[in-house]
Design a binder for this molecule. Structure first.
Ligand code: ACO
Length: 381
């Protein structure tokens, strides 16, 4: 007798591969990239080093890191055609749509986008990783009627991005906060966008198609878009004194509190813990504590109302506050998330391709069959 069909809606608890990239213990609030705790990486690593770790599986030596940093920074400039393309976009475009379209177009400027060699795939991924900040910052400048600021190869990934966006080299503390935020967003196991990338990789498509798939999936409000939604909530609430009223009303109307809840974490998201601490420090250094205090009041109120439900704050409850305080416009939050996550997507695509199998699940058909075809003129409704 055939086994009964089990439908895994949302693919909850379905494993698609073995992986050595990321481990999340959602019950114990633990997250590891390649065996290293997120707390250690946030405290001691850099974004570039974390990217190396995710893709190659080990921490680099000093020389390996220097070479890798050069490999990324050498990719920062955009071809004239890409620059023209950015100028041709409507200034009202959503920056996430711009990033998705630009990454897809980047493949057109690669004479040989497809390859079956791992190191060449990594080269292409680093081309995308190197140029993504330039695309995001340039589009933001163009839509504000300002000329894009060319990238600088001697700055770190984070400092160069902020310089291209804001117009001045950030002070080391600000660049460090940006760097930690990028580290925290770099990888998170088999989430929706990583799965998208893995599906595309399994068809043996090129890296541009793989990363474009990931950006499209990350765009949705239940995934990458939650950071924008969470900040909008904080701005809308406006003051810590109004947090309780907001949360009570939202929950009574069965609305979700953005920045809360997670498919895997049933306790504190460890990235939230790091970002909250950093956000508090940054807010007080920059003298902008009101936003942080409002976010904290929303958090406290939501925690009280959701007590016993296993819904806890996730990374997005403070990422928006941190990005906003860094001077990043709200609709760039998800592109910035993508800019970092390109590393995790790449690591998973490369790992999956080491023992590839085309991903092709099934849908259980429950509709009719053998219906008589009615000519269009004979149809009544
Ligand atoms: N606020 C209020 N209630 C919530 C929240 C929330 N943020 N999240 C889940 N719930 C409730 C649901 O309404 C549901 O209640 P019900 O059983 O009475 O219908 C219950 O908790 C379970 O919800 P699910 O959707 O099954 O939880 P799931 O694990 O699938 O969802 C998700 C996870 C999509 C992240 C959800 O918590 C959510 O929508 N959160 C808000 C958006 C958000 O912050 N996303 C960022 C995730 S992190 C990231 O992608 C980087």
């Amino acid at each position: 007798m055939k086994d009964p069909v089990v439908i895994h809606k949302g693919l909850d608890n379905v494993y698609v591969k073995e992986s050595k990239i990321c481990f999340i213990d959602g019950e114990a609030s633990r997250l590891f990239y390649r065996g290293y705790s997120i707390e250690d990486l946030a405290a001691h690593s850099t974004f570039e080093e974390t990217v190396y770790l995710l893709i190659y599986g080990t921490l680099p030596t000093k020389q390996q890191l220097q070479d890798f940093e050069k490999r990324i920074s050498a990719n920062r400039s955009l071809e004239p055609g890409m620059q023209q393309l950015l100028r041709s976009f409507p200034t009202t475009s959503d920056p996430m749509d711009v990033l998705r379209t630009a990454v897809s177009a980047m493949g057109l400027y690669d004479p040989q986008p497809a390859t079956d060699k791992t190191e060449e795939r990594i080269d292409k991924a680093l081309r995308i990783l190197g140029k993504a900040p330039t695309i995001i910052a340039a589009f933001d400048r163009l839509r504000n009627k300002k000329e894009p600021i060319p990238p600088e190869s001697n700055l770190t990934h984070s400092a160069n991005f902020l310089k291209m966006l804001i117009g001045k080299v950030p002070d080391p503390y600000v660049a460090h906060v940006m760097d930690v935020a990028l580290i925290l967003h770099a990888e998170h196991e088999m989430n929706a966008s990583t799965f998208s990338c893995t599906v595309t990789a399994s068809t043996l498509a090129d890296m541009y198609s793989i990363i474009t798939s990931g950006i499209g999936t990350l765009r949705g409000p239940l995934h990458g878009g939650a950071n924008e939604a969470a900040l909008k909530t904080v701005l809308e609430v406006g003051d810590s004194s109004r947090a309780e009223e907001y949360v009570t009303k939202a929950l009574a109307e069965k609305k979700r509190i953005m920045g809360f809840g997670h498919r895997v974490y049933r306790t504190w998201d460890p990235r939230y813990v790091i970002l909250k601490k950093l956000g508090k420090e940054l807010a007080s250094k920059e003298g902008q504590t009101k936003l942080f205090e409002t976010a904290e009041a929303i958090e406290q109120s939501a925690l009280k109302h959701l007590a016993g439900s296993s819904i806890f704050p996730n990374v997005d409850s403070y990422s928006g506050v941190v990005f906003h305080t860094l001077g990043i416009p709200t609709d760039l939050f998800t592109p910035v998330f993508a800019m970092s996550r390109i590393s995790g997507w790449t690591a998973h695509a490369i790992e999956y391709l080491e023992a590839n199998r085309l991903i092709r699940p099934k849908a259980l058909y429950v509709g009719p069959t053998s219906l008589p075809y009615t000519p269009i003129d004979a149809r009544t409704s």
